[in-house]
Design a protein around this ligand. Structure first.
Ligand code: AMP
Length: 561
């Protein structure tokens, strides 16, 4: 199948909003694919070069991509900036550059057109280029990819490479399309996708073996599954009520979540975003190897960083550990981490996904050896719950989790089986969409950050504040480097960037404000940490901000009366 056909489909999808029409079109397309084209096509349609569980990354910067396109198109890059300003979309801007560049296109007409499998192979080659001279090799491969692309193909190749599809056709819709294409019940497709961790692979199994193939699918060690998520509860009382009067409260530790996969001595650790962080956490690997009393397991826990005095260190120190690939040993001495376990998803042949929380916790307890579990009480007594929350906060933790006693493990779902309870107005996770150079000492750094929340309905990023507070000089310097790499437009002192970096922001109030389109602005915003563990699609929504705004208004109104 030609890549052009996939690009045309994506182009059509981006103009349609009707979901049934979208899923019908994709289903028809999937039916036409050959077996080995199914997974690559599905991955690409969702803006991924490879399946979700795949550890390979392209490791190519936007600068490299844009330099290649500039060189190929021999255009004045102003064209790109104008197109970007008009469309607000990198892929569309690249398409415009390609369209304006007719001379070059005539040359490539003599070459054969790209197929889906060829695009995949070139992406694989880009990912495989590592070590000395890899940048040049990546550039050359990128060049050969773009030099054979039509404008619309260039648009979608760019989108796949930068991982930003924006057609509105998300994973949930893909599950529906797969179910329609291969006449398999949606629930079966969803369950299989959860187990193998990739809808593309599920689609490929459907194509090859139909519903029978799917029934054989089970949890796989070393393939991380999406973590179960929690909803926010106002307080312990609400959690108790939602859980029919009795629940398990656990300390909510302020660290980083990890998923541990173990098969005998082989241990691998995945971050919340399912990337492999094994190399950064040797002491966790070691303790799991030594303590865990089962041959094979998938466990979950939270790691926190410890200071010299044994107290938890702020979150950003922990994130330094996750980033570190060199000098790990030195870092383990500087910032030791401690592991607390809180769930068991698989133990020695038994998938515990559908087992109730109490059973999973029991199995965990049995095999955890000397690794501590998160502190927990099971209670129906509101007063005990409040005391427990106070204890947790006094000990410097974030608050509590409330877990439904008979609740199964629901990967990727933010349902009512788990609640998180924090004491104060919760901070927001926002995305940096632009930054400005500072003054005086900070004139070399992008030090003033424009913050945006995600619009849960349209997927757009909506600005609602600006801050220059919270980062250390060192963090600011690093942030400047990172922002420059994802810059899409330079307007003198202001740099517009791809919405990619998520920061946790504390603030004193949400005000009504005509300054921003959403009508709200954060007052006294300050960055409390860089959320390396979250992607922009996980940032807080503008709808959530509005909820908090309304709630705070309620309280004030009460105070005034
Ligand atoms: P949030 O990231 O704010 O959505 O809160 C959920 C996160 O709390 C999880 O992803 C874990 O990283 C963390 N966490 C801390 N303690 C626990 C616990 N006892 N059980 C589950 N998650 C926990």
């Amino acid at each position: 199948m030609k890549f052009q056909e996939l690009s045309n489909l994506l182009e059509q999808l981006s103009h349609i909003t009707k979901r049934t029409l979208m899923t019908d079109m994709v289903a028809d397309f999937l039916k036409k694919l050959k077996e080995d084209e199914v997974e690559p096509a599905v991955s690409m349609m969702l803006g991924r070069p490879f399946p979700k569980w795949d550890r390979r990354t392209l490791d190519i910067s936007w600068t490299t991509i844009s330099d290649t396109v500039k060189r190929l198109s021999r255009t004045d890059w102003k064209e790109f900036s104008v197109a970007f300003r008009e469309t607000g979309d990198i892929g569309s801007a690249i398409q415009a550059v390609f369209e304006k560049n007719k001379i070059h296109r005539q040359i490539t007409l003599f070459e054969s057109s790209l197929t889906i499998l060829e695009v995949r192979r070139l992406l694989e080659a880009i990912a495989a280029a590592t070590g000395h001279g890899s940048r040049e090799r990546k550039e050359r491969l990128t060049e050969s990819l773009f030099s054979r692309a039509t404008p619309v193909e260039a648009k979608y190749i760019t989108k796949i490479m930068i991982g930003e599809m924006r057609t509105g056709f998300h994973e949930g819709l893909m599950e529906i399309a797969v179910s329609k294409a291969f006449s398999v019940p949606l629930k079966t497709v969803q369950k299989a996708a959860m187990l193998v961790g990739d809808i593309g692979e599920v689609a490929a199994i459907c194509k090859k073996e139909g519903v029978e193939g799917l029934s054989k699918v089970s949890l796989k060690l070393f393939r991380p599954i999406k973590p179960m998520l929690a909803q926010m509860a106002e307080n312990t009382e609400e959690a108790l009520k939602e859980h029919d009067g009795k629940t398990a409260f656990e300390y909510k530790l302020d660290g980083a979540r990890i998923q541990i996969h173990k098969s005998n001595g082989d241990v691998r650790i995945f971050s919340r975003r399912l990337s492999d962080v094994t190399k950064s956490l040797p002491e966790v690997v070691e303790i799991v190897r030594r303590e865990v009393r089962s041959k094979r397991a998938i466990l979950e826990g939270e790691v926190i960083a410890l200071g010299r005095d044994g107290n938890p260190l702020p979150f950003q120190h922990l994130m330094r550990r996750f980033r570190r690939v060199y000098d790990v040993q030195k870092m383990t001495e500087e910032i030791p981490v401690k592991l607390y376990l809180f769930d068991a998803i698989y133990v020695d042949g038994d998938s515990l996904i559908d087992a109730p929380y109490v059973e999973r916790r029991k199995r965990l307890q049995e095999i955890a050896g000397n690794i501590p579990l998160t502190r927990q009480i099971v209670t129906g007594d509101p007063q005990k719950a409040e005391e427990f929350l106070k204890e947790a906060v006094d000990e410097g933790h974030e608050g509590l989790m409330a877990k439904r006693l008979d609740g199964p493990y629901t990967p990727g779902v933010r349902g009512k089986h788990w609640f998180k309870i924090k004491e104060t107005l919760e901070p927001l996770d926002l995305v940096i969409v632009a930054a400005e150079y500072g003054y005086g000492r900070r004139h070399k750094w992008l030090s003033d950050y424009h913050l945006a929340a995600r619009d849960g309905e349209t997927g757009e990023f909506v600005r609602l504040g600006k801050t220059f507070k919270g980062l250390t000089d060192e963090e600011m310097e690093r942030m400047t480097e990172r922002l420059k790499k994802i810059a899409v437009e330079n307007k003198g002192h202001l740099v517009v960037v791809k919405p990619e970096i998520v920061v946790e922001v504390a603030y004193n109030e949400i005000q009504e404000s005509p300054r921003y389109k959403c009508g709200m602005a954060l007052r006294f915003a300050r960055i409390t940490r860089i959320r390396e563990d979250k992607g922009p699609e996980e940032a807080d929504t503008i709808q959530r901000v509005r909820e908090i705004y309304e709630r705070q208004f309620e309280k004030k109104a009460k105070l005034n009366h």
